[in-house]
Design a protein around this ligand. Structure first.
Ligand SMILES: CC(C)(COP(=O)(O)OP(=O)(O)OC[C@H]1O[C@@H](n2cnc3c(N)ncnc32)[C@H](O)[C@@H]1OP(=O)(O)O)[C@@H](O)C(=O)NCCC(=O)NCCS
Length: 260
């Protein structure tokens, strides 16, 4: 069912729209939702098994195209089985945006011990997860991701609703000096640590504590969206996410939830 927001329309991922997902997937050079669906990107051997090509020798990365072909085939297989869900956003007839969501027990689909804990839902009572947003670069900053997110929540409600969980960044911050310091001194340098300590913005989230900003550029942010995007839809921040922190990066993610 198409849902109109200005020029933008949305459709759910299904066997009817999987060709649009495929078109989008190639235009954006793959998507991080594979990380959530499989717990990680496919291994070279798994990708080779799907593409029918020989796995590369140990230590050799598969060519990007082979790797993505493998991931795309695996995602399509999950769509066929009804195990991969998402929203495509169209500008006119062109797919330009994507939001991945899924049942908590299907994200990731393999449930073995080798999958990192950070790929699973944080709360046992979570029934749905929204994990990944991606907008084609020439359509960014026009509300595509916001439209995709609202449509994902509506799609979850349509399926009976329940607790939805996501882990967006706290808030975005654009800082051109940080890039220069990193370039000049290296990512893990003392100069970067000192620059961050003295200059990096943080904010208090009532009841949760202080969260650091996430570096963004004019054109891009990370694939998880911002806390504010979720708050607009009624999600509440519940805790600072201890699993998604990376000591080399200055930002925090926040676990947000909504009972839909
Ligand atoms: C994150 C991303 C999906 C946002 O898409 P978008 O369609 O441009 O987002 P929207 O226009 O709907 O904006 C949503 C919110 O984010 C903010 N925003 C978006 N891009 C921003 C940027 N570069 N800097 C600061 N804020 C930004 C908007 O101001 C808006 O905030 P608000 O809700 O508080 O008003 C997009 O930047 C993207 O695809 N990035 C690449 C993700 C990636 O690398 N994926 C890897 C493979 S998964």
């Amino acid at each position: 069912m198409a849902d109109r927001t200005g020029r933008l329309t949305t459709r759910e991922l299904s066997m009817r729209t999987v060709a649009d997902f495929e078109q989008f997937f190639w235009q954006v050079n793959g998507c991080g939702c594979a990380l959530y669906l499989f717990g990680r990107h496919l291994s070279p051997a798994a990708s080779a098994a799907i593409t029918g090509r020989r796995p590369p020798a140990a230590g050799v990365r598969p060519a990007g195209r082979d790797w993505r072909t493998g991931e795309l085939a695996a995602v399509k297989d999950l769509v066929r089985q009804g195990l991969a869900h998402g929203i495509l956003v169209y500008a006119d007839a062109e797919p330009v945006g994507w939001c991945h969501f899924g049942r908590a027990d299907e994200v990731p689909v393999p449930r073995d011990d080798s999958i990192p804990r950070k790929r699973f839902a944080r709360y046992p009572s979570t029934q749905w997860r929204i994990t990944c947003l991606l907008t084609r670069i020439d359509h960014r900053r026009r509300g595509v991701a916001g439209t995709a997110l609202a449509a994902a929540v509506a799609a979850i409600k349509k399926r009976g609703g329940g607790w939805i969980e996501a882990t967006p960044i706290s808030f975005p911050h654009r800082d051109t000096t940080l890039r220069k310091v990193r370039r000049e001194h290296g990512w893990n340098s003392t100069a970067v640590d000192e620059y961050l300590k003295d200059n990096w913005p943080s904010r208090e989230i009532p009841g949760l504590g202080r969260v650091g900003a996430c570096p963004v550029t004019a054109q891009t942010m990370t694939n998880v969206g911002t806390l504010s995007m979720y708050e607009k839809l009624g999600f509440k921040p519940t805790k600072i996410d201890e699993l998604s922190g990376d000591p080399r990066l200055p930002f925090d993610r926040v676990v947000v939830r909504l009972k839909a």
